[in-house]
Design a protein around this ligand. Structure first.
Ligand SMILES: Cc1cc2nc3c(=O)[nH]c(=O)nc-3n(C[C@H](O)[C@H](O)[C@H](O)COP(=O)(O)O)c2cc1C
Length: 228
């Protein structure tokens, strides 16, 4: 055995054990492991308003800091809107070929929205009202006058929302691809985003046509995982 990585793995019981094990399986894990970026979509496929709403409803179940829910989703699915988006998204064919492309929008974190966001949580009896200021105070400490953190949170929230949509789509037999290949300023202007909104990514979703690659091999866990 002259492979250093293999020798090192064999010398490390924790790593070699993980190499020998197969992953646990269930429907959720199978969905995650089956996802790959879709390039080729069924150009005749259409998703109904309700199917698109369902995907976004599932996306909004993702967690956000202080329950800010600082996101918005534009479903670009009319031929006219797709034609406006494609040239400002590196002319990527998937924009017009996928049933829908979401503009995944993150909103700059604004702690003053905390009471409004928590009101339904209090109403539902999940949280007692006296806790609301106890959430708003730290949120203000974190985000007020902190533009970089406000922006980081916009990107984090939107990314979690997009991830939930990606895996929900896969589980429903739909392909998807997150995309950063677009002109941020032009998309912002063309789709009338507000000043506090960032187009974090585009996300194409729809039934696929044959030809898409399977999920690509990943770096070995031993290279990316460190125990502390
Ligand atoms: C933030 C981000 C931006 C991406 N942008 C694009 C894009 O603009 N166009 C595209 O075709 N794929 C894009 N991808 C897809 C990646 O190329 C793809 O996920 C990666 O090659 C791994 O392939 P897999 O997801 O099929 O395993 C992007 C992925 C991420 C996470």
């Amino acid at each position: 055995m002259n492979n250093t990585a293999t020798t090192a793995a064999a010398a490390d019981p924790q790593t070699s054990r993980s190499l020998a094990r197969s992953l646990p399986t269930n429907a959720v894990i199978d969905t995650i492991m089956a996802r790959s970026a879709a390039k080729y979509y069924d150009t005749t496929a259409v998703l109904s308003d309700d199917q698109i709403r369902d995907l976004v409803r599932i996306g909004t179940s993702a967690p956000t800091s202080f329950h800010l829910q600082n996101w918005r989703f534009i479903a670009v699915r009319s031929p006219e809107a797709k034609a406006r988006l494609r040239p400002i998204a590196w002319n990527q064919p998937a924009i017009t070929e996928a049933a829908v492309t979401f503009i995944i929008i993150g909103q700059l974190a604004d702690a003053s929205t905390v009471p409004d966001r928590l009101a339904p949580v209090v109403e539902a009896g999940i949280m007692s009202a006296h806790l609301v200021p106890e959430w708003e105070g730290p949120a203000r400490g974190l985000y007020d006058n902190q533009p970089q953190r406000q922006r980081d949170e916009a990107v984090r929230s939107a990314t979690f929302g997009a991830a939930a949509i990606i895996y929900a789509a896969r589980s429903l037999g739909l392909g998807s691809t997150p995309m950063i290949g677009f002109d941020v300023e032009t998309v912002h202007r063309e789709f009338a985003l507000a000043e506090d909104e960032i187009p974090v990514m585009l996300l194409t979703v729809g039934p696929e046509r044959p030809g898409n690659w399977p999920q690509k091999p990943r770096l070995p866990v031993a290279d990316v995982l460190h125990f502390a």
